[in-house]
Write a protein that binds this ligand. Structure first.
Ligand SMILES: Nc1ncnc2c1ncn2[C@@H]1O[C@H](COP(=O)(O)OP(=O)(O)O)[C@@H](O)[C@H]1O
Ligand SMILES: [Mg+2]
Length: 610
């Protein structure tokens, strides 16, 4: 499993990394604003306005206590008996409406942000190089797309909304306090720096724990999806308990990290509360002292106290926000990292359309290796002339599939070049390169969609007649009509409801419908029984006519029909020629032929061990 880079697991080392980390998170926040939030600035602005209303009404309620007590309790003014409660109700209603409106707007902004980020991540994944997908576990993508994006949303939306709302509330309430008694207000606000310090400390802890938790979530997602994919292997080898133990360990580690994050998050609010308790005590003491001296009236003190109590709630929320923000920062960095991965196989800026002229495929001294592995292909040179059928044979692992993978640029050559009709495939757009190519592989993938949709995958506007014609040509029509819903039957996840041979025939029908001038067949009929093989073989022969075809063959019939045969061994072409010539050569082909082909059956597998 290759899901976590080492630096994610290590706590930040020195001050220098901490500095860069800070700079990075600042850059991430700026980018979040520029690319994702700025387009929503109108609703954001409305939300901020509503937050100001909330802050003003909160402060207003505290302030109202002063005249309320003064006129009602001290001066016993009957006229105001009705007015003041009505004002209170109005203010409270305005506050409630503003709170609902603000929450609503922010939720919408947040969900849009989630959707935007998810789509960007998915885009990156769809366009990612095969090379990269080979080493990245799907679990990592899933965690990012589902889990981390939600963390980002919570952080950005709750943080923006929260910081604006709670800070303005605190400021409004502080204004009331300073208005009522500046000296006392100074005492009361003494706790604020302490609250901020505590929040930042807890925030840091939360961020660290969150990073680890995210890494573990990737691992867990990977384990779960792997077990779902490999259910049969797990059952067949009786390894259920081992898988449970493996997953349990991951669940446990994730739980610990999550608890750590939750604890840091939880600690923020109570510590703030304790600190504010000190504030209240100080104010009571100092205020009481002054009241004893008669410097302070009860109504003023009540209003002050109310303002102070009310301000502690936003303070508490602010300290929580630090924690949420820290979580979001950790997730944001990872999400952006993922979004930023640029595929290496991209269109040249000057790439033109591939101009087809018969479909001649040429390999010029091509060498290739996957990642850092040893070379899979060494100095391969050959050409398939327009309309020709070339067969590649050789033992398993010789590099036959790799040759095919290079033609549609699933991978780029390490050295040398691949040309189609004289144009280096790296000099034309990928879209124009892949359009004229149809591929059928040994283990074709079907989408969990209808059979008809699967056949029409490369030509979504195909008519029903075209689809059926393709299916007939691929000897698939009969078994399709025998299925419960015929062409409308679902293929199941990855095509799981069909047999391997049925999947291959659907894939062949798909290629037939695409009607492409270049045909690449990678053991396209390996899963077929003799009878359907014969039918499909006939169809393939029709399909191959007038098309440049490269076929990785393991059936003698295909090989004998080929215009030329190239024998691969350990990434090199060791022999070339027609069947008869190669037999006469008496080298690798001849020995493959005698040892593996069953001449009488003509259906055996050329590849040992597959
Ligand atoms: N995605 C991959 N990543 C790394 N190595 C690979 C990958 N696919 C194939 N290989 C290696 O490249 C070599 C050639 O493989 P392949 O072309 O699939 O052989 P063949 O199709 O002839 O059986 C093998 O040694 C195989 O291990
Ligand atoms: Mg292969």
């Amino acid at each position: 499993m290759n899901t976590i880079s080492a630096n994610q697991l290590l706590p930040s080392a020195g001050p220098s990394t901490r500095e860069t980390e800070k700079a990075q998170s600042r850059a991430s926040v700026r980018r979040l604003w520029r690319e994702y939030l700025k387009p929503q600035r109108v609703p954001l602005f409305c939300a901020v306005l509503l937050m100001l209303v909330i802050a003003a009404t909160t402060a207003g309620l505290a302030f109202l206590l002063d005249p309320a007590i003064k006129f009602l309790f001290l001066e016993k003014d009957k006229d105001l008996l009705y007015l003041i409660p009505i004002v209170v109700i109005v203010v409270a209603t305005v506050k409630a409406l503003a709170t609902y409106g603000e929450g609503n707007i922010m939720a919408t902004i947040g969900q849009r942000l989630v959707a935007d980020l998810q789509l960007r991540l998915f885009r990156t994944m769809v366009y990612a190089d095969l090379q990269r997908l080979n080493v990245t576990h799907s679990g990592e993508f899933m965690t990012n797309t589902l889990n981390n994006v939600t963390l980002v949303q919570q952080a950005s939306v709750q943080a923006i909304a929260g910081f604006a709302k709670e800070t303005t509330s605190v400021i409004g309430l502080l204004a009331v306090m300073y208005y009522q008694d500046p000296a006392l207000a100074l005492v009361a606000s003494g706790v604020i720096p302490l609250v901020i310090l505590n929040s930042r400390k807890q925030g840091k802890k939360t961020r660290k724990a969150t990073k680890k938790q995210m890494a573990e979530t990737s691992i867990l997602t990977a384990l779960i999806s792997e077990n779902l994919d490999g259910t049969r292997v797990v059952k067949a080898y009786g390894q259920e308990e081992r898988e449970i133990a493996r997953t349990q360990a991951s669940i446990h580690r994730r739980m610990l990290h999550q608890l750590k994050a939750a604890r840091a998050k939880l600690a923020a609010a109570p510590v703030t509360e304790a600190i504010t308790g000190i504030g209240i005590a100080a104010v009571l003491f100092y205020g009481g002292l002054r009241a004893l001296d008669g410097e302070f009236t009860l109504n003023q003190f009540m209003s002050f106290l109310m303002a102070m109590m009310l301000s502690y709630d936003p303070l508490k929320k602010l300290s929580n926000l630090f924690a949420i923000l820290s979580q979001g920062m950790a997730a944001l960095a990872q999400v952006f990292d993922e979004i930023d991965i640029e595929p290496e196989i991209v269109d040249d800026p000057e790439a033109g359309e591939l101009v087809l002229n018969g479909g001649r495929i040429a390999f010029n001294d091509v060498s290739f290796h996957y990642g850092d592995d040893k070379a899979a292909l060494n100095n391969i040179s050959f050409a398939a002339e327009p309309g020709e059928t070339i067969a590649l044979v050789g033992p398993s692992g010789a590099g036959k599939s790799t040759v095919l993978n290079l033609i549609p640029r699933f991978y780029d050559v390490t050295s040398g070049s691949v040309e189609i009709d004289g144009q280096d495939i790296r000099s034309v757009t990928q879209e124009s390169l892949r359009r004229p190519i149809a591929i059928v592989t040994q283990d074709p993938f079907l989408f969990d969609d209808t059979i008809a949709a699967n056949i029409a995958y490369g030509k979504p506007d195909a008519t029903r007649e075209e689809i059926e014609a393709a299916a007939r040509a691929a000897a698939a029509h009969d078994f399709i009509t025998e299925m419960q819903d015929g062409y409308a039957s679902y293929a199941g996840e990855g095509g799981a409801r069909l047999s391997g041979g049925q999947r291959q025939r659907i894939a062949i029908a798909r290629a037939m419908l695409k009607n492409a001038p270049i045909l690449l067949l990678d053991e396209a009929t390996s899963a077929l029984d003799t009878r359907s093989e014969a039918q499909v073989q006939q169809a393939l022969r029709t399909l191959m006519k007038d098309r440049t075809t490269i076929v990785i063959a393991h059936r003698l019939s295909t090989i004998i029909d080929a215009d030329r045969i190239f024998v691969l061994d350990r990434g090199r072409i060791v022999e070339a020629g027609r069947h008869g010539e190669l037999i006469d050569n008496g080298k690798l082909y001849a020995s493959l032929y005698s040892s593996i082909f069953d001449d009488t059956e003509k259906t055996s597998v050329l590849e040992a061990g597959e």
